[in-house]
Write a protein that binds this ligand. Structure first.
Ligand code: NAD
Length: 290
């Protein structure tokens, strides 16, 4: 029997911690502030930005939603980021990904003050993660995965961990977190050029899938008793749904779950953790400034 790791419950607990931390900062005269910049009309991005701003409101975090037209220039966006860098009421800045094609996302990330880079994407924060320097910001999704592993009581020390995906947002930071001192997993990172992915995955005590391919990980890729963290969020057509689609992960949940010691569902697993960890990072940024 497998144990379902309930991301909704864990994220609710993290948000409860956040509420207490916000109250205590406010007692010191500090109101954490997050600026969320959205360029363009991407519907999924609008939903993400909306829930980030709403969660800030629920916790008493000040938020600024800056919506810019699709044809915003790089220069204009850089000017706005620069203003936010200098705004003392703002402790965290994020520019929602993906921006329209005329925007050089990497250049924008490099412009954000690393002390306000609550997404953890600035090179200074990437370096701090590699150096295990806790003064940096850890990207929210892998930080959320680590929290789920901890809450589920998963033994990481000496465990074989396989991360599928090497993106800067999920795969790479996840690998660094799993190999960090105190976590102590033995980490393999697989990607689109890896040979015999099923065989690599079968070695995993902890398997993290961050690919973006619906139900790619099948039951015969997973070792009996493994812990599976499914980061993937994929829309697949489903005529039985009113929306015409359903969300599915990178793992074939129905056939994999019975083999696992623990597994995250999609939705309701890693997804809710990302916003919760963003709130944590914003509060940490405010605390450091104060
Ligand atoms: P990405 O496209 O940047 O990276 C995907 C990675 O998967 C790449 O490193 C690539 O090498 C690897 N890959 C692609 N095809 C592969 C294959 N056939 N075999 C092995 N590896 C392969 O994506 P990302 O931003 O890292 O996101 C990955 C998934 O996680 C997506 O479904 C995304 O929607 C989801 N995601 C979820 C959250 C969340 O909050 N839960 C946050 C970020 C991303």
């Amino acid at each position: 029997m497998s144990k379902v790791i309930d991301g909704k419950a864990v994220s609710a607990a993290v948000l409860e911690e956040c509420r207490t931390e916000v109250e205590s900062l406010k007692e010191q005269g500090i109101t954490p502030g997050l600026a969320v910049v959205l360029v363009g009309e991407d519907p999924a991005s609008k939903v993400y930005v909306g829930s980030k701003v709403r969660t800030c409101g629920e916790l008493g975090i000040y938020s600024q939603k800056i919506e810019l037209p699709t044809d915003t220039t790089q220069t204009e966006l850089l000017r706005i980021v620069d203003e936010l860098n200098r705004d003392p009421s703002i402790h965290g800045i994020l520019v929602q990904s993906p921006p329209p094609p005329q925007i050089d996302e990497e250049a924008i990330v490099r412009t954000i003050d690393p002390r306000k880079d609550v997404d953890g994407f600035h090179p200074e924060n990437v370096a701090k993660l590699a150096l295990e320097d806790a003064s940096g910001f850890v990207p929210c999704t892998p930080a959320g995965c680590m929290r789920l592993l901890r809450e589920a009581g998963v033994e990481t020390q000496g465990a074989n961990a396989v991360v599928i995906g090497r993106s800067m947002i999920v795969g790479k930071p996840m690998a660094l977190l799993l190999m960090a001192k105190g976590v102590d997993a033995t980490v393999t990172v697989a990607h689109s050029r890896s040979r015999d992915l099923p065989a690599i995955c079968r070695e995993a005590d902890i398997l993290v899938a961050a690919v973006g391919r619906p139900e790619m990980v099948r039951a015969d890729w997973v070792k009996e008793g493994a812990v599976v963290i499914d980061v993937g969020i994929n829309r697949v057509e489903d005529a039985s749904r009113k929306s015409g689609y359903r969300l599915t992960g990178d793992v074939a949940y129905e056939e994999v779950a019975p083999k696992c010691a623990a597994i995250t569902p999609v939705p309701g697993g890693v997804g809710p953790m990302t916003i919760a960890m963003l709130m944590k990072n914003t509060i940490a940024a405010a605390g450091r400034e104060g």
